[in-house]
Write a protein that binds this ligand. Structure first.
Ligand SMILES: Cc1cc2nc3c(=O)[nH]c(=O)nc-3n(C[C@H](O)[C@H](O)[C@H](O)COP(=O)(O)O)c2cc1C
Length: 459
């Protein structure tokens, strides 16, 4: 029997790419019902977690907001996804809840407190996608700050992460919380410690005022695949999101795994999840027609605007018959490195990049066809890349309805999705997200993780 995959559902707090389809649900993204309904549906399907991506940026063209982005809802609009995590926690018991919070936006103690609070409310089911932020040019402009250069953002991210982990791990000893009403002792003053952090970007002295949550440090995700991004992932991430062509995904996984082992971590310390879109229908012909319907909505200009968001490069100003005219950018690098050729195959032309971005965006090819065909494609991708699972993109309806209806039964039938807990005998204490992804390892950071050494009073 194959190993069950780790499966997460991808969302943004905005519109999905196919929002113009009448059956697309994402125009209701600012209602609680959208999020609580989706969380309940995800839990009932037995997937591991629901993830909401985030960014303060949006596409800039020639230094200003792209009117096409506003008109066509391209990486725009956005709500604040951390706000709906508590609502989703309230209507679920075991589903993991993962959210992006950028290390380029707010100061570390604010993020640390919000995340610790959520991990309490969700009984240890929170994950944090640690990113330096994709749309940095627009974001920095909006915040009235100079944009930090790409590699400095990653150096700052490491400092940021170390400080947040110090707050979560290093302030409260395990038995500091007493809540002894008779003695009038809430917490043992000798066991709540000041932390002192002096890093290249952040300094902090003081106590963390939120008692330790079930996981202390939320499960750490990472998503940038540039060289610097992979390096951060190798040292700190417990799960990594990847999106690229199969050979590139395979190479990225091998590279991150090797770097993780070199950093003293176990080879299986990181779950690698490939982002993929399912376009499934009862017949292959219907699925193909659906794909055509969806891609017909996306213009070449839309593709250029989205590429500008991820890379800061304006393909629409370049010669379409030539490879990228420039690969210099302080924006995200994943989607520049993706199209620069690998020394074996030639770099694609600008026209080819635009067409690839028009039909697939930042993802690789979709899983397409009947449910059985799509799951065959999943199995061969997993075998080819060595990935541990999937991050399921929203699909045509935006709420992954056809994934839940058609693909989930097929995955379960093949043993690729863990069986649902028996409703009668079900787990009275569902595991934390860390234990769900790494059974038997306990709720806290493992001993080989650098955050483990920050733990105060550890035995
Ligand atoms: C599945 C997936 C989800 C991602 N989610 C986010 C996100 O929520 N916010 C964000 O800023 N970047 C996200 N990224 C990463 C960006 O695409 C981008 O690569 C990164 O922020 C810039 O770093 P880089 O220079 O390492 O590419 C995601 C990437 C993938 C593959």
């Amino acid at each position: 029997m194959p190993q069950p995959l780790t499966i997460g559902m991808f969302q943004t707090m905005g519109l999905s790419g196919s929002w113009r389809l009448p059956e697309n649900t994402t125009p209701t993204f600012l209602t609680l019902d959208y999020w609580t309904g989706l969380a309940k549906r995800s839990e009932a399907a037995g997937v591991d977690f629901l993830f909401i991506a985030d960014d303060f940026g949006y596409p800039l063209i020639h230094g200003e907001v792209s009117p096409t982005a506003v008109e066509h809802a391209l990486l725009f609009p956005r709500g604040d996804p951390s706000m709906v995590m508590g609502a989703m926690a309230a209507v679920t018991d075991s589903l993991g809840l993962v959210v992006t919070m950028s290390t380029s936006v707010e100061r570390p103690p604010a993020l640390a407190r919000r995340m610790a609070t959520l991990d309490h409310l969700a009984n240890g089911r929170m994950g944090w996608n640690v990113v330096t932020g994709a749309g940095q040019n627009a974001s920095a402009r909006l915040f009235g700050e100079p944009m930090r250069n790409h590699d400095d953002r990653y150096t700052a991210a490491e400092d940021y992460l170390t400080l947040t982990m110090t707050l979560w791990e290093g302030s409260w000893e395990d038995d500091a919380l007493r809540v002894d009403r008779e003695a009038g002792v809430y917490a043992d003053g000798s066991k709540v410690h000041e932390i002192h952090h002096e890093g290249p970007f952040y300094t902090a002295d003081g106590v963390f005022t939120t008692p330790p949550s079930p996981q202390r440090t939320p499960l750490l995700f990472q998503a940038g695949a540039s060289t610097k991004g992979r390096d951060l992932a190798a040292r700190y991430a417990e799960a990594v999101f990847l999106a690229a062509e199969p050979d590139a995904v395979r190479d990225q996984i091998a590279d991150i795994r090797a770097r993780a082992v070199a950093a003293g971590r176990e080879p299986d310390a990181i779950k690698f999840l490939v982002a993929g879109t399912f376009i499934v229908a009862p017949t292959t012909a219907e699925a193909t027609a659906l794909r055509e319907r969806i891609t017909a909505f996306v213009t070449t200009e839309d593709a250029g605007v989205q590429y500008a968001f991820f890379t800061g490069l304006n393909l629409l100003d370049m010669d379409p018959s030539k490879p990228l005219a420039s690969t210099e950018s302080e924006q995200g690098r994943t989607n520049i490195e993706r199209f620069t050729g690998d020394g074996v195959t030639a770099a694609p032309t600008v026209a080819e990049i635009l067409e690839e971005f028009r039909v697939n965006g930042v993802m690789g090819d979709p899983f397409i066809g009947t449910a059985a065909e799509a799951v065959d494609q999943v199995e061969s991708l997993m075998a080819h890349t060595g990935a541990d699972g999937l991050l399921v993109q929203p699909g045509p309806t935006g709420d992954s309805a056809s994934f839940f209806d058609l693909v989930v039964p097929e995955l379960r039938e093949r043993g690729l999705l863990a069986p649902l807990p028996d409703a009668e005998t079900g787990d009275a204490h569902p595991p934390t997200l860390r234990e769900r992804l790494f059974p038997g390892g306990g709720p806290h950071l493992p001993a080989t993780h650098p955050g483990h050494t920050l733990r105060v009073g550890r035995s």
